[in-house]
Design a protein around this ligand. Structure first.
Ligand SMILES: [Zn+2]
Length: 426
């Protein structure tokens, strides 16, 4: 009897919850959500910062806002796993640091809702990074800690083996488990494997993936050995299309070591950046079906003002190289979320955080450059029209959802208990 009554109460509570109005309904967009196998014209309803419903022509009694997205593409908010965001150091010198930028100024306008800082800070200054940037950003910022104590403050500090301390990285990774998603090593110039080995040691201690920017390419430690012998399953080789990475043999066929590495479970990240992407490598790789596990920017003050620009531009390069749109979306959302082991991100499942990007596919004749003066042309380019983070509109390029100002009354926007409009005498 008591159980039956409890059941009734529960049903009533659930009923009340179901009638709670949605806060926002995104209507009629082509929803591409690779995690859930969705590619169809659907509505998405949001409530309390989460996805509340996904379906065709959703009933939404009492919904406070609806936005028509007919003709546009709706995807999960992008997950960019290679960025540089320790901007509070103030260092903008191309030769003496990572040229970090503040996250919110660059994320939402390009459809990105999650950014991973790739080792701009090390174990000595990670907490400063957290307090001055990560905790103050509206963008969801996660981080890989550099094995070098001072991170990328300068290239010089990444060369000092005595400051590469796996146990310190592990201590911080445990303390900040809510945001630390990996270990990074980069820019190493010596002919030994010390920086890679120390980073891998930290990876073992933390249970997190290691991302390697191989630094200088030297005969003593070839790239093929990094990906077929050193890196573990789940570890990430970034800057995959760098000019120094050997991709094709004399016949134009991809080297077998790349397939071997992938079979071992090693992951490949674009990390375009200011110096790490040439079409000479990316075009044959794409044509032969060797797609990146993550499309990422390596965003910093140098790359954003050069050939890289932003995520939509980088993604559009893959469209221009012939990768299908759904694959481009998959590799910018759900796959990178899995690489950083955050399976709650990168999809539009009911209950997930309402992180959403809305795209216009521009059609025309567009040029795309690489970092070494190479170019290709394409006929599509992605433009971010709208971004939603945790259910709130954070980027609204086309003023969708706003009302014609003439319909808002003679004094709209002036309602306040403190300020009054002081009119001039007539
Ligand atoms: Zn980088």
């Amino acid at each position: 009897m008591r159980a039956a009554r409890f059941g009734l109460l529960l049903a009533a509570a659930l009923g009340a919850l179901a009638q709670e109005p949605y806060e926002l309904v995104l209507r009629n967009g082509r929803v591409i959500d690779p995690r859930n196998g969705l590619d169809a014209v659907l509505d998405i309803a949001l409530r309390d910062g989460r996805i509340a419903a996904v379906g065709a022509r959703l009933e939404a009694p009492g919904a406070r806002g609806g936005i028509d997205l007919a003709g546009l593409i709706v995807t999960p908010g992008l997950v960019d796993i290679h960025t540089h965001l320790f901007a509070s150091t103030g260092i903008q010198d191309a030769w003496a640091g990572d040229q970090s930028v503040y996250p919110d100024g660059f994320s939402f306008r390009s459809g990105v809702t999650t950014m991973v800082d790739a080792g701009s800070s090390g174990w000595r200054n990670f907490e400063t990074f957290r307090h001055t940037v990560i905790d103050r950003a509206r963008t969801r910022v996660l981080a890989m800690i550099n094995i070098a104590g001072l991170g990328m403050l300068t290239n010089i500090v990444e060369q000092e083996p005595s400051d590469m301390r796996p146990e310190e990285v592990a201590r911080l990774a445990r303390k900040h488990a809510d945001i630390v998603v990996g270990v990074k090593t980069a820019h190493y110039q010596r002919p030994d494997w010390t920086s890679v080995d120390r980073a891998l040691e930290a990876g073992k201690l933390t249970g997190l993936p290691v991302m390697v920017d191989f630094g200088y390419f030297l005969p003593e430690r070839p790239f093929w050995r990094l990906v077929t012998e050193r890196l573990r399953p789940g570890d990430i080789a970034t800057h995959m299309f760098r000019a120094m990475v050997p991709w094709v043999d004399a016949n134009g066929k991809l080297y077998d070591y790349l397939h071997q590495a992938r079979r071992r479970g090693v992951k490949f990240d674009v990390g375009h950046g200011g110096g790490s992407f040439v079409f000479r490598n990316a075009v044959p790789a794409t044509a032969q079906g060797f797609y990146p596990d993550a499309i990422s920017t390596d965003l910093h003050g140098g790359s954003m003002n050069a050939a890289m620009m932003d995520m939509p531009t980088t993604m559009s390069k893959f469209l221009a190289m012939g990768m299908p749109l759904n694959e481009v979306i998959l590799r910018s959302t759900w796959l990178p979320a899995q690489l950083i082991r955050r399976p709650e991100l990168g999809h539009l499942t009911v209950g997930a955080a309402a992180d959403i990007a809305v795209w216009r596919v521009l059609e025309g004749d567009f040029g795309f450059a690489d970092v070494a003066g190479g170019a290709i042309r394409g006929n599509r380019r992605l433009l971010c029209e709208l971004t939603v983070k945790d259910g709130r509109i954070v980027w609204n390029w086309n003023a969708r959802g706003a009302t014609d100002f003439r319909k808002l009354g003679p004094e709209y926007g002036a309602a306040s208990t403190v300020e009054v409009i002081v009119r001039p005498p007539e």
